[in-house]
Ligand binder design. Structure first.
Ligand code: GTP
Ligand code: MG
Length: 465
């Protein structure tokens, strides 16, 4: 049920700006504004004006002018929420903004809850749930890649993919259920091979969508990059250089960093989430050992691992350390060997390193983190190794944790169907799992949603969205 009241909120960002926008939505939006708005021409009332028009005038309360404003009118159903909407552009003082809200509430509007405008847009059928969720992502997007994904989702790209899947599943149920109608006569309308092919296609699609979440999440929250190595090799110096900020303490004392230090930085439109870690060494110190355990767990979670080595050390030692970390880097992770301190490093070590055989997933770069020498080369390597640009261009990528959970469930259901087909189980059991799968997909687009789910999604929005 849609609450019929007219809501209002400040829709521009909090604080003082040149101008601010206050938005009203609901059947009374225009008539409430009429009560407080005076046009210098004293002509028609706002309710008599055409939709999609702008009107200059004053907001007046108890015979006092609050501000000179421009009012913009949208008539239902042709608006963001599908209801009558008024947008009042006023001067950006927080006092004026609050005062206008107060005046509107005094005249019958009520303050909007977080996300209530977008929730109404969803409830009025202006967009499905995944599109509504993308509105928040578009607003929050902090880099080119996440912005592109969110915009695509908001414009319905992801919904189309899900609806495509749904129609394939419906086709499947139709075939099976026809068979059920004639079950007395023991006929098989549904060609089992055709069913199996269709199920395999759906399974593959669901799996791809589900697996895309790892990338989607990385794009949204930053690609996890772990900076790993022995103590004193210059990991914290490198972090600071990448962030362009003195975030971590640097010193020539071994074991300076004892915990994970984390920060996100946007490099050429891609967000990277760097983890500077405690240097790896044999130590009796309990706290330091806890820190080193965390180093290994960050290594496991990272998409790219920057293994920093100190070229001041003799080559056999450096080589041994590289091999120790190589063992821990798994499939799909990129290992970038960062040979640091080339400003003071040993010639032999550098020469031997240059000859080191690397696999396809391994890269090497020579830098002096302290002077930021060759940092650009390292950045290029990082950007190319994760290749976000190419990956995000191709397909639909899942970025939302709620969608990921649902896709996991849907995928499990479709695997049961596949198994059922292989074991030759009867149509009614197949239909049950298919219906379950359909149900899950409906949860993504919001065809199936509960009050709690909606409440949970929209409460994370800002007020005024
Ligand atoms: N000459 C030279 N010194 C460097 C370079 N990078 C870092 N250092 C020095 O190496 C020392 C250790 O640097 P840190 O960044 O604290 O090393 P770390 O790897 O974080 O050390 P832990 O936190 O102890 O594991 C400091 O004295 C840095 O100034 C470099 O490129 N050249
Ligand atoms: Mg450190």
């Amino acid at each position: 049920m849609i609450d019929q009241s007219t809501i209002c909120a400040i829709s521009s960002s909090p604080g003082t700006g040149a101008i601010a926008v206050i938005r009203l939505s609901g059947s009374e939006a225009i008539s409430i504004t009429d009560k407080v708005f005076q046009s210098p021409k004293k002509g028609k009332k706002l309710v008599e004006q055409n939709p999609n028009t702008l009107h200059f005038g004053q907001i007046v309360f108890k015979d006092e002018v609050v501000d000179e404003v421009v009012v913009c009118l949208f008539l239902e159903p042709h608006s963001f929420t599908g209801e009558n909407i008024v947008e009042i552009s006023c001067h950006g003082s927080t006092f004026i903004q609050q005062k206008i809200l107060e005046v509107l509430v005094e005249n019958g509007a009520r303050l909007a809850l977080p996300g209530e405008f977008t929730q109404r847009a969803f409830l009025n059928g202006k967009m499905d749930l995944s599109q509504a969720e993308a509105v928040a992502d578009v607003i929050a997007s902090s880099n080119a890649a996440s912005h592109k994904l969110a915009l695509n989702q908001m414009r319905g790209g992801f919904s189309r993919e899900i609806n495509d899947l749904r129609s394939q599943l419906l086709h499947f149920t139709a075939m099976v259920e026809l068979e059920l109608d004639f079950s007395e006569e023991d006929v098989e309308f549904a060609d089992r091979t055709e069913l199996k092919n269709l199920t395999e296609r759906i399974e593959k699609l669901l799996r791809k969508l589900k697996n895309s979440f790892q990338l989607g999440n990385a794009i949204k929250n930053g690609i996890p990059v772990a900076i790993i190595g022995e103590t004193n090799v210059g990991k914290s110096t490198l972090l600071n250089a990448l962030l362009n900020e003195d975030k971590a303490i640097v010193s020539d004392i071994h074991g300076t960093t004892r915990d994970v230090i984390e920060d996100v930085v946007n490099i050429h439109g891609t967000a990277f989430r760097f983890f500077d870690t405690a240097g790896i060494r044999e130590t009796e110190d309990q706290i330091e050992n806890l820190g080193i355990e965390r180093t290994y767990s960050k290594l496991e979670q990272a998409t790219a691992v920057l293994l920093v080595v100190d070229t001041n050390n003799p080559y056999p030692i450096v080589f041994g350390r590289i091999n120790k970390i190589r063992e821990r880097v798994t499939n799909g992770q990129t290992l970038i060997i960062v040979a640091n301190k080339i400003d003071t490093g040993q010639r032999e070590t550098i020469q031997e390193l240059e000859l080191l055989d690397l696999t396809d997933d391994e890269k090497m770069v020579f830098i002096a983190a302290k002077n930021k020498d060759n940092l650009d080369e390292l950045i290029d390597l990082m950007i190319h190794s994760v290749n976000i640009e190419a990956a995000s261009q191709e397909d639909i990528i899942v970025t939302n944790a709620r969608h990921y959970e649902i896709l996991k469930n849907a995928h499990e259901a479709i695997l049961r169907v596949l198994q059922g087909l292989e074991n030759g189980i009867t149509g009614d059991f197949l239909a049950q799992d298919i219906r379950e799968c359909l149900h899950y997909l409906g949860e993504i687009t919001g065809e199936i949603s509960t009050h709690e789910v909606l409440g949970h999604i929209f409460k994370n929005f800002c007020i005024g969205k």
